[in-house]
Write a new protein. Structure first.
Length: 176
């Protein structure tokens, strides 16, 4: 079973699983990304050489848009999360996410790298979609966004469109 199928099975309730039956209507309830994604949080052609350097970049980007963010604490949370399990989701995309008390608002960051980096042994990543999550978080607000991101990544044509998008504005339009 492919990673995409595993993600789809995990995130899709049995009653709304994709089907080829034309008599069954499926309603996807996608999250409103305009609530968490701002074009200023989308950066293209980022030059980093490693996963850890990228995670530090994400923490710094979060701080650039919210001066309350503790860069070192958030970076540490990213590292801990990656040590638990890799956030590589396939097709050159990773979804690292971190929760920290210095974060005041759930925020989505999108970073496209100038060159792919090795995310884990034998796996290269060129696009990163990250959620920066307040701690404590009210009602697990990030979970529907993670689910919606995963569904978008599974949607035919989305990843190629994301790979072709060359500006923050074009990337934003894919989500919003």
């Amino acid at each position: 079973m492919s990673i995409w199928q595993k993600i789809s099975d995990f995130l899709t309730p049995d009653s709304s699983r994709p089907t080829n039956d034309p008599n069954v209507t499926r309603q996807d309830q996608m999250s409103d990304f305009s609530q968490v994604l701002d074009v200023k949080n989308i950066v293209v052609d980022v030059q980093v050489k490693s996963r850890n350097e990228l995670l530090k970049y994400l923490a710094t980007l979060a701080y650039a848009n919210d001066s309350k963010v503790d860069i070192e604490a958030l970076y540490g949370k990213y590292l801990v999360r990656e040590s638990d399990a890799s956030t590589d989701v396939g097709a050159g995309v990773a979804m690292p996410h971190a929760q920290d008390e210095s974060v005041s608002k759930l925020t989505m960051l999108v970073v496209k790298l100038a060159q792919p980096i090795e995310w884990e042994k034998g796996v290269e990543v060129q696009t990163v979609i990250s959620l920066v999550i307040p701690d404590p978080e009210k009602n697990y607000a990030h979970v529907p966004y993670m689910s919606s991101i995963a569904r978008l990544l599974l949607k035919k044509g989305f990843v190629p469109a994301l790979n072709r998008a060359s500006t923050p504005e074009k990337i934003s339009k894919l989500f919003i």
